[in-house]
Ligand binder design. Structure first.
Ligand SMILES: *Cc1c(COP(=O)(O)O)cnc(C)c1O
Length: 453
């Protein structure tokens, strides 16, 4: 009998606990450092911008962390998300491989990011915070945070990377619809923004710059905290609902993946899907391959350095041990804005360094070609970020056609691309270019890594 196309769970199957991979890692990441003193960070360093519940999750080594009822109640709006068996894509590729994808684009914000914005705003509200400042690149994080702030009645200010602010006006409309105040970054609102504008009035901005502005905003106001949509341990923790559900869904059809794939910007959707499977590798002796996919224009894992670096351009954030291209590396303006970050999550970086994760980088034209193939078979338009995972899954499936192996491939379709149709337009018109990063600029920015004993 043919396996179902949509493998669904019931609301009662929404996970009740997040999985914390820190309990199972052979080597934990080196501790983050205070950016001024370069000494290991204490809770008091983070408390001006984060609530204590999130700081505790950041350093917890408990394997399972309860999801608050108030958060699960909101998860009901779109979770459990469907797991699809890509029958039509398999046929189009003529592959013996089984392809599954977990679709996070059904969330009202259009991506996986709502999985963490909801608990983050919940813990901030519990701590008495009235307003949250953040940055957004392509607009997905800002959208997810605006929505979560609205649900819990908090004010929201979003510093949006200037190039996206102009490229994606409807992302801004979406955030404003939910009541957020959206500011193009660099801006005159902060010291960090004014400094960049004085040096370069035409700056298109970058995630690193927008983070500096949002952190400064939060640090200088008593009623305001900061929220980050990726990279941090607690963000990756919240995203594990993706993989926990996928595992249950695959159990229902008696399947288990040989390879798990996610696109990797800061690493949160990739970690969310893969960490619950990595648990079986780390503590159960499973041999599943786990693959992070990045743009070759911003090749953090495949070309970066494993070193201590700042999370932002203005050096306001803690110094973390991670794969990095350097904190002032500004990647070319590719369409997958959510993958244009110079660093990667310390948890993902450590696991990659220790050989538990593979990484691959692709140029954007090949990525869009794969996205179109996928869309024409499955009917879903992938976000350009998610299309990187699609491309890797297609390559794996085509390799199976050649080798005759019937592998089971699972990937995360982290979001839909309805706000990215201008990028698809450019691709279809043959106007999309493969923009490479500059090796000279990379070398220059790696030379500016902080000196840490
Ligand atoms: C933000 C975003 C990403 C990249 O962020 P990660 O933390 O690496 O997951 C990928 N896909 C979509 C749809 C996004 O919105």
């Amino acid at each position: 009998m043919k396996e179902p196309t949509k493998i669904l769970l019931e609301e009662k199957d929404i996970p009740t606990r997040w999985y914390n991979i820190q309990a199972d890692m052979p080597n934990l990441p080196k501790p983050p450092l205070n950016p001024a003193s370069k000494k290991p960070l204490g809770p008091e360093d983070l408390s001006p911008i984060f609530p204590m519940d999130l700081i505790k999750q950041e350093v917890s080594t408990e394997r399972w962390i309860d999801i608050p009822d108030e958060v699960r109640e909101i998860y009901h709006l779109w979770r459990p998300t469907p797991l699809y068996r890509a029958h039509r894509l398999e046929k189009a590729l003529d592959t013996p491989a089984k392809i599954y994808y977990k679709y996070e684009g059904v969330s009202p914000a259009g991506s996986h990011k709502l999985n963490t914005s909801v608990p983050q705003v919940y813990y901030n509200k519990k701590a008495g915070i009235k307003r949250i400042a953040t940055e957004t690149g392509a607009g997905q994080w800002g959208s997810a945070l605006s929505l979560a702030c609205r649900f819990f009645g908090l004010d929201c200010t979003v510093y949006m990377v200037k190039v996206s602010y102009h490229q994606k006006p409807y992302r801004r409309s979406f955030m404003e619809l939910f009541g957020a105040n959206v500011i193009p970054s660099p801006s005159e609102h902060t010291e960090a923004g004014r400094k960049i504008l004085a040096e370069n009035p035409d700056s298109l901005g970058s995630l690193g710059i927008a983070i500096s502005e949002a952190v400064e905003d939060a640090a200088t106001r008593e009623d305001t905290n900061y929220a980050l949509g990726s990279v941090l341990n607690h963000v990756l923790l919240h995203q594990t609902v993706i993989g926990l559900e996928a595992k249950k869904q695959l159990e229902k059809v008696d399947s288990y993946p040989d390879v798990v794939i996610g696109c990797c910007g800061g690493g949160s959707n990739f970690a969310g899907l893969s960490f619950p499977f990595l648990q079986d590798v780390l503590s159960g002796g499973r041999k599943t391959r786990v693959m992070a996919v990045e743009p070759s224009a911003c090749p953090t894992l495949t070309r970066g350095k494993f070193a201590y670096d700042y999370g932002d351009t203005a050096k306001l954030t803690p110094i973390s041990m991670m794969y990095t291209l350097g904190h002032d590396f500004v990647p070319p303006g590719i369409h997958a804005g959510g993958l244009r970050y110079h660093g990667d999550a310390p948890l993902v970086s450590q696991l990659y360094h220790d050989g538990f994760i593979e990484a691959r980088a692709y140029p954007q034209r090949a990525v869009f070609e794969a996205a179109v193939t996928f869309a024409r078979s499955e009917g879903i338009v992938p976000a350009p970020e998610a299309a990187h995972a699609v491309k890797a899954a297609l390559d794996e499936a085509v390799a199976c056609r050649e080798s005759g192996e019937a592998k089971t491939i699972l990937f995360c379709l982290s979001g839909h691309g309805f706000f990215d149709l201008a990028a698809y337009d450019a691709y279809l018109a043959g106007e999309l270019e493969d923009i490479e990063y500059s090796p000279e600029l990379l070398e220059q920015s790696l030379a500016k890594l902080p000196q840490v004993e």
